[in-house]
Write a new protein. Structure first.
Length: 116
């Protein structure tokens, strides 16, 4: 399991430790992405970027970020932002990994663990 740091939760509000505490409580198999916490790469949706055409470049941001997540070998990617959820899910689909990699909001993981 890995965690994508949402920009507003992390860089805007300095909340990094708490999601990791939850992740570690849910699993003993938590792994960090190489870019994490204040150095985490945006999912690509920030500032309503997901609603406009991609800008010139070699790769879209969401593809770069999903590659960071997949590089960990995690089968679960968690986040805590609806925009990040969309971008991570799109990245999983883009990489044709829907069968083996799942994307959940951290609140969903807590609910699943509580069996609600």
């Amino acid at each position: 399991m890995t965690f994508h740091d949402p920009c507003y939760l992390g860089r805007a509000n300095d909340i990094y430790r708490e999601p990791r505490n939850v992740m570690n409580a849910l699993t003993g198999n938590f792994v960090e992405m190489k870019r994490n916490r204040s150095f985490a790469l945006c999912c690509g949706a920030g500032g309503a970027q997901m609603f406009k055409e991609a800008e010139k470049g070699n790769k879209e941001v969401f593809i770069e970020r999903i590659e960071d997540a997949l590089e960990t070998g995690a089968t679960v990617i968690a986040t805590a932002c609806p925009f990040c959820m969309t971008m991570m899910t799109d990245g999983i689909k883009y990489k044709n990994r829907e069968e083996e990699v799942k994307n959940y909001d951290i609140a969903e993981l807590i609910a699943m663990d509580l069996d609600i």
